[in-house]
Design a protein around this ligand. Structure first.
Ligand code: HEC
Ligand code: HEC
Ligand code: HEC
Ligand code: HEC
Length: 179
């Protein structure tokens, strides 16, 4: 004969019911939260963008590197390289002019780089960052490791391409053209 009425039987039932309630009301939302966190983690903006420092323009370097800044502005043709495009603008199509931007401005086509003289006036000439790389992180941390220091000929050859070097009968020296 079964004895359903004992206090023991009742308390067992209650335990089971509580467990089921718990799992529905708490476990499922908790699991959902956990899974969604794991899935969306790689897409958090902070995580993704920290690897891409922005270009800040040569003027942003002046406060801490005044000597290099002044001599760059005075002696380097890069500091006025947008004028070279302007001089030849007549007769060129918009598409042809955009091709000049790759070498005559700072960071055209790259994250946080030159877009147009109106939108990004601070990047319209080829500045410090065409050689030293984007300075967005370095200007905040002031650390050497956050800026490119040791340059090779390949860094220059991106713009001083072989046919241009022949046409102008000149090879850039690694310490020329900067400051
Ligand atoms: C807020 C100040 C500050 C600004 C702005 C700044 N720098 Fe620096 N920079 C420093 C300091 C400080 C050091 C030296 C760090 C060290 O010795 O560890 C340094 C070091 C450097 C070095 C390496 C020098 C070496 O001895 O090898 C380069 C190259 C450089 N900066 C370029 C730039 C460029 C390009 C910009 C603009 C995009 C810039 N810096 C903006 C503070 C600044
Ligand atoms: C983003 C493209 C770019 C890179 C990278 C680049 N240059 Fe230039 N450079 C130019 C442009 C554009 C001019 C011409 C500016 C003008 O006259 O309008 C120029 C001009 C020069 C000149 C002519 C003289 C002067 O004082 O301006 C020298 C020298 C030079 N660069 C050296 C170098 C060296 C060395 C490197 C590598 C360490 C280098 N450049 C990297 C674009 C670049
Ligand atoms: C592949 C990179 C590159 C492209 C693209 C480029 N330039 Fe240049 N430009 C240079 C470099 C580097 C110099 C410096 C002289 C040299 O080649 O040694 C220069 C120099 C010049 C000069 C000055 C010449 C002098 O005698 O001082 C003018 C003007 C000029 N470019 C206009 C333009 C125009 C306009 C365009 C687009 C139609 C353009 N460049 C596209 C890299 C480039
Ligand atoms: C044409 C390429 C070029 C440009 C543009 C350029 N630099 Fe440099 N810079 C160099 C080279 C090359 C060195 C020497 C690195 C080495 O010793 O290996 C250097 C070194 C430096 C140093 C280290 C101190 C020193 O004199 O050795 C600082 C700071 C610096 N640059 C800041 C700047 C700033 C600020 C600008 C813009 C105003 C700028 N640079 C533009 C190529 C360039």
């Amino acid at each position: 004969m079964r004895d359903n009425g004992t206090p023991n039987g009742i308390s067992e039932d209650i335990t089971v019911i509580y467990f089921l309630r718990f799992s529905k009301s708490l476990c499922i939302p908790l699991l959902t939260l956990l899974i969604s966190t794991i899935v969306t983690l790689p897409f958090q903006p902070g995580v993704a963008e920290s690897n891409h420092p922005e270009f800040v323009g040569s003027y942003a370097c002046k406060a801490c590197h005044e000597k290099e800044y002044n001599s760059f502005l005075q002696y380097s043709k890069k500091a006025r390289s947008f004028e070279s495009i302007e001089k030849m603008r007549k007769g060129l199509t918009e598409e042809e002019i955009r091709k000049c931007y790759f070498c005559h401005t700072t960071g055209y086509g790259l994250t946080g780089g030159f877009i147009s003289p109106e939108k990004t006036p601070h990047l319209k000439n080829a500045g410090c960052e065409v050689c030293h790389g984007p300075g967005g992180i370095h200007v905040k941390t002031r650390q050497r490791r956050d800026i490119k220091r040791h340059l090779t000929r390949e860094d220059c050859a991106r713009c001083h391409i072989a046919e241009r070097v022949r046409a102008f009968r000149y090879r850039p020296l690694i310490h020329g053209g900067g400051h």
